[in-house]
Design a protein around this ligand. Structure first.
Ligand code: Q9C
Ligand code: ZN
Length: 683
């Protein structure tokens, strides 16, 4: 199943006809720049192109009043002067004679996308639209938005497709107050928005954009606001917000569809947002959403005013929707104190409404009273007020690279040692036949007794071949089956070989009874393992889930006994595994499912799928030969970019699991900063 790209050239028609510095950034080139770059990168060609239709007035009426729809309809025949006067009655709005037509196409595009996804024509998609929608209200245009494209799409999905739970993720840098107002008492729509807020000093200057606005009535807890109180938020801040706030709630909510209010004014270079997240960050955000709702993700363009940054971010989003692995994020992954304060405040505000946040430490942050003013609009900040991170680095150098998108994408290869098993695989996943040279394989096997038998040797040869393929970029990822008795030794060789073949940092996630490879620990005196830990580069991070005890033997050796079949599993992935992985920034991840790993297919698939993120997709999964072919198949599919199957109804972590997790996080937090979800006390 593919990716839809919904568009219509007519949406470039609406434009500002008079001088207005506030509105001039919302211009037709936004669409053409994005589309041009999609073409140049070969991404448009990989999508199912759908030509946008106009929404009917009945469809507009799903969220707008008839009087308001009439008012906008009548702008078609107004002259420039009259348009300007009418525009002045709204905040940050211009009308053009083509506005009604364009705005109906924008809504129609969102509806067509939702229809294509919910009827199974495609898996996901992007609607490239103007005007944007998320500020628009029942009877008011606002912030360049005329009709609320995403809100109408959500109501349509409920009414025409019978959906019960829809997640709206608004990653635009402005608060989509229009969406919030329309659904604030509706528990069937979970609305998440982060936005530049600066304690109320940023447009639209609303008290109800703060973290303590959580919805009302039946909808309590279904509005999630994450206000950014400083500019300069970057990749680490955005990913932390997803891991520690959005995703725990989203998994608990268990949406049937994810709608993204995909504004890219939250990216680096944008004059409105003044943020620092690079375009690649949107690939990660997209990938993190694709594990929800069976991968049914519909992104609809909102803002984004730096043409280059917008175009590149759009490409990153589409490429990820197509299933390609997200590129590694540049720079150290350390969320800033202000971001942690915001995340913590939002978690604290939501905790009463979500089991996934209970039993976790959500004590609110004390901020000095001077930063909040109780009534009215706080005084504006002087230009050059608090910035979270040092000034913009090289946006241009980032965007000038013409070939950020490898095409065609590399695909996962699957190697199996049991040749009689036939797997049903996606067409562009190859079943690997190749093997490393015999002498080489034997040399690697020699120190390990358990690798002496033929079966184990054959598996090892395939593993070595596949590992080289991944590290050399011929395949993106892979799966190897080994005899159970050889699992630990094979993993050991994989680690050594990975490091000697160019991996700088290697993350090993071992499940079940796979201890830190025995010969590494027990080879007398200082083991190779410990030597590697002391190596200046600190190159291996070892994480054993379901190890014997919860322990951080060192910052590079972590063990946790979390039972994998309960809600503890999800909090372990979101609260421990992914934060560690994103902090470590490995260039290769080994996922080893050892004896008694106890993972069901969907759990293994979710873990493997999410570990693609931190490592640029370079994941090697090691299975035991006697695991079911279905397991190999499902892992091949997620490594290929397909959505993992649902985990089923949400189950909460047991108090013991939650405790063990909190203990480990507390120990590791000082070194691995993505684990943090509250600011330091001294800050
Ligand atoms: N410098 C969207 O991104 N002007 N709308 C704010 C602050 C209005 C943004 C002025 C911005 C509207 C869809
Ligand atoms: Zn915006």
């Amino acid at each position: 199943m593919g990716t839809a790209l919904v568009y219509h050239e007519d949406m470039t028609a609406t434009r500002l006809l008079w001088d207005d510095p506030e509105c001039e950034i919302e211009r037709p080139e936004r669409l053409t720049a994005a589309l041009d770059r999609l073409r140049k990168c070969g991404l448009e060609q990989r999508c199912l192109r759908l030509s946008a239709r106009e929404a009917s007035e009945e469809e507009l009426g799903l969220v707008h009043s008839p009087e308001y729809v009439s008012l906008v309809r009548e702008t078609q025949v107004l002259g420039k002067e009259e348009l300007q006067v009418l525009s002045g009655q709204f905040d940050a709005i211009y009308f053009h004679p083509s506005t009604f037509h364009c705005a109906r196409l924008a809504v129609g595009a969102a509806l067509q996308l939702v229809d294509a996804v919910l009827t199974g024509v495609v898996q996901n998609g992007l609607a490239l639209v103007r005007p944007p929608g998320h500020h628009s209200q029942r009877a008011a245009a606002n912030g360049f938005c005329v009709f609320n494209n995403v809100a109408i799409a959500a109501v349509h999905a409920k009414q025409k497709h019978g959906l019960h739970r829809i997640l709206i993720v608004d990653w635009d840098v402005h608060h989509g107050q229009g969406i919030q107002y329309l659904f604030e008492d509706d528990p069937s729509i979970l609305y998440f928005s982060w936005h530049r807020y600066e304690h109320g000093r940023f447009w639209p200057f609303l008290r109800e954009s703060d973290a303590d606005a959580v919805g009302r009535g039946q909808g309590l807890g279904f509005t999630v606001n994450l206000p950014w109180n400083q500019v300069g938020m970057g990749n680490a801040d955005y990913v932390a917000a997803f891991l520690h706030l959005l995703l725990p709630l989203a998994f608990e909510f268990d949406p049937e569809l994810v709608l993204v209010s995909a504004g890219f004014d939250s990216a680096i270079g944008d004059p409105e947002g003044q943020m620092q997240a690079t375009p690649a960050c949107f690939a990660h955000l997209t990938q993190l959403l694709q594990v929800l709702a069976g991968g049914r993700v519909c992104a609809v363009l909102e803002g984004g005013y730096h043409l280059e940054s917008l175009a590149e971010s759009v490409c990153m989003t589409v490429q990820t929707l197509l299933g390609d692995p997200a590129p590694p994020l540049p720079g150290p992954m350390v969320p800033c104190q202000s971001a942690l304060e915001s995340i913590q405040s939002a978690r604290a505000a939501q905790a009463p409404h979500w089991r996934s946040l209970q039993l976790q430490d959500v004590t609110p942050v004390l901020t000095s009273p001077s930063t909040h003013s109780p009534v009215g609009r706080p005084p504006p900040l002087l230009p050059g007020g608090p910035v979270c991170k040092t000034a913009a680095s090289a946006l241009s150098s980032l965007l000038d690279q013409p070939c950020l998108h490898p095409a065609p994408p590399v695909c996962p290869a699957v190697a199996l040692t049991a040749p009689d098993i036939t797997l049903v695989l996606p067409p562009d996943v190859t079943q690997q036949e190749g093997s490393a040279l015999n002498e080489e394989t034997q040399a690697w096997a020699r120190p390990h007794e358990s690798l002496a038998q033929d079966e184990a040797l054959t598996a090892l040869g395939k593993l070595l071949y596949l590992l080289d393929g991944v590290l050399d970029g011929q395949v993106s990822s892979g799966i190897v089956a080994t005899p159970p008795s050889a699992a630990a030794a094979t993993l050991d060789v994989a680690i050594q070989r990975g490091l000697s073949h160019g991996a700088q940092r290697l993350l090993c996630v071992a499940l079940g009874q796979l201890d830190w490879p025995p010969d590494l620990v027990h080879d007398g005196g200082v083991s190779r393992a410990l030597r590697l830990c002391m190596y200046p580069g600190r190159r291996i991070l070892w994480l054993n889930i379901r190890g014997k005890e919860a322990a951080a033997l060192s910052m590079f050796q972590v063990s946790t006994p979390l039972p994998v079949l309960t809600g503890g599993f999800l909090s372990c992935i979101l609260g421990l595994v992914l934060p560690l992985a994103y902090s470590f920034q490995p260039d290769l991840v080994l996922v080893a499912l050892g004896p008694a790993h106890g993972l069901q297919g969907p759990h293994a698939a979710l873990l493997t799928s999410m570990l693609r993120g931190p490592a640029g997709g370079r994941v090697l999964a090691l299975l035991e030969e006697d695991s079911t072919p279905q397991l190999a198949e499902i892992l091949a599919r997620v490594l290929h970019g397909e959505a993992p199957p649902s985990l089923g109804p949400y189950s909460v972590a047991s108090p013991e699991d939650a405790q063990a997790l909190m203990y480990l996080r507390g120990q590791l937090e000082p070194q691995w900063k993505m684990l943090q979800c509250r600011p330091h006390l001294e800050a």
